[in-house]
Design a protein around this ligand. Structure first.
Ligand SMILES: Cc1ncc(COP(=O)(O)O)c(C=O)c1O
Length: 452
């Protein structure tokens, strides 16, 4: 009998243990290349941050779960699904140091978690439990989907929002702490209460690590009701300990940096807050049975990405040092590659290395004349179409009175967000370096570039 045949009983698919995947910052070995052989060849894929990546062995485990469902859906639904999801939640509970597995739900993504948190805040405004001077506080660079969710759930229900602008480039954590304190003061300015603070763990664009622990402590001192950490990029890039952080709600995608297929995210909700108010926005017969149960059945669909969390952990544990080892080598790799690019182009990094995980911002030469978001997206498309380089580009508009950083020729207004994941090679970054150098040598500025 084939031991990987999904029909052989209830147990999750047995996998042959393979140990000792070698990951060095000079590039992946053959085993890792094989795991990511489904990646389109020839692309310098230095944008793991956007959509993540999933190795072949985890995809095989996912396929087995899918077949298991299709083989006998009724039995799967009644006997297997919830047991499998509980196993995944238990793995996550231990990884993030939650007190109880009931504090951990699996949801599709960070956007869904934001809907869960914001829905109860919006309802409290709608039902008159909160006053109209009460606020939700967040960073100006919060992810767009989160900002729009605040509009949809909170502002529409009559709540106010305070956005905290952060300087960029950043030089120290202290800059974030002091702007955050000022933001909380503004949040309370009209005698209102801050009902929710939304704190990114790692911002998306521009990208840097936020000192969450310090900011949560400040929220407690200042009497903020609830703290929601949007840690979409955290699991697999920085240590995650929800107890140590002292958060109320914490979401991290597992499909970005934890090798799960799209899409699955862990959502932590502190036990004392699990109440009749916290619900999944998609309502089914599980409604009212607690968030973990509500989240584990949101109608007929493919749940395999939630079921492969143990297989993703198995993949992670094949690396020397497990998750810690991967995080350290990706961090070292991205800092080394970012520094190499900045040096080659005569620019700067957008934050010091200790403020980044596995992504870092690298200044682009001012000669490219990146003067708008359109320019940034044109450059990104051009790099994809003509140089096979996949990397997000950020335009940083100079603010009033701000003295921005300069290279030899002028103001640096464009930055690339580079990622480092286990499959990346030195050549990926060299390709990017050379593409930018070629554009400069050809006298190209962003406005001239063809996207396709
Ligand atoms: C900081 C941050 N929050 C939220 C999201 C949304 O993640 P998802 O699309 O998986 O919901 C992202 C996506 O990149 C992000 O970077």
């Amino acid at each position: 009998m084939d031991e990987e045949d999904p029909r052989n009983g209830d147990e999750p698919i047995p996998k042959k243990p393979r140990v000792g995947l070698a990951l060095s910052i000079s590039g992946p070995g053959p085993e890792i290349r094989e795991e990511f052989a489904h990646h389109q060849p020839g692309i310098a894929r230095i944008n793991n941050g956007s959509f993540g990546s999933c190795p072949g062995s985890v995809l095989a485990a996912q396929r087995a779960w899918q077949l298991r469902f299709l083989h006998q859906p009724d039995e799967f639904y009644f006997k297997t699904l919830r047991k499998g999801i509980l196993e995944s939640r238990t793995v996550i509970k231990d990884l993030i140091n939650a007190d109880h597995v009931d504090e951990v739900s699996l949801v599709d993504n960070a956007t869904t978690a934001a809907a869960i948190v914001l829905q109860q805040i919006g309802q409290a405004f709608s039902h008159g439990l909160f006053c109209k001077n009460d606020t939700v506080v967040m960073f100006h660079c919060a992810f767009q989907a989160i900002k729009k969710s605040i509009q949809a759930y909170v502002v529409r229900a009559g709540g106010a929002v305070v956005e905290i602008q952060l300087p960029f480039p950043l030089h120290s954590r202290q800059q974030i702490v002091s702007e955050f304190r000022k933001g909380l003061e503004r949040g309370k300015a009209n005698g209102g209460k801050i009902r929710l603070a939304i704190i990114d763990h790692i911002t998306s664009m521009p990208s840097f690590v936020i000192p969450v622990r310090e900011l949560v402590d400040i929220c407690r001192e200042e009497g903020v009701d609830q703290v929601f950490v949007d840690a979409a990029h955290a699991m697999g890039t920085v240590p995650v300990d929800v107890k140590e952080l002292g958060v109320d709600f914490y979401v991290s995608n597992l499909h970005k940096w934890f090798f799960c297929p799209p899409s699955v995210a862990l959502f932590y909700c502190r036990k004392s807050l699990i109440s009749s108010q916290i619900h999944h926005p998609v309502v089914t017969e599980e409604y009212g049975k607690g968030l973990p149960m509500e989240s584990s059945w949101i109608g007929t669909r493919d749940y395999s990405s939630q079921l492969v969390v143990p297989s993703a952990l198995e993949f992670v544990n094949r690396f020397q040092g497990g998750l810690q080892g991967i995080m350290k080598r990706n961090h070292d790799g991205v800092v080394q590659m970012g520094s190499m690019l900045a040096e080659s182009w005569g620019t700067i990094l957008g934050s010091p290395p200790h403020m980044c995980g596995s992504m870092i911002m690298v200044g682009l030469p001012s000669r490219l004349c990146i003067t708008s978001e359109d320019d940034a997206s044109r450059l990104r498309s051009h790099l994809r179409a003509y140089y096979s380089v996949e990397v997000p580009i950020y335009y940083h508009a100079p603010r009033d009175g701000e003295v921005g950083p300069r290279d030899k020729e002028g103001l640096i207004t464009g930055y690339a967000r580079i990622s480092h994941q286990v499959y990346n090679t030195l050549e990926d970054y060299h390709k990017f370096r050379d593409a930018i150098n070629q554009l400069i040598e050809d006298g190209k500025v962003c406005k001239m570039l063809l996207a396709e």
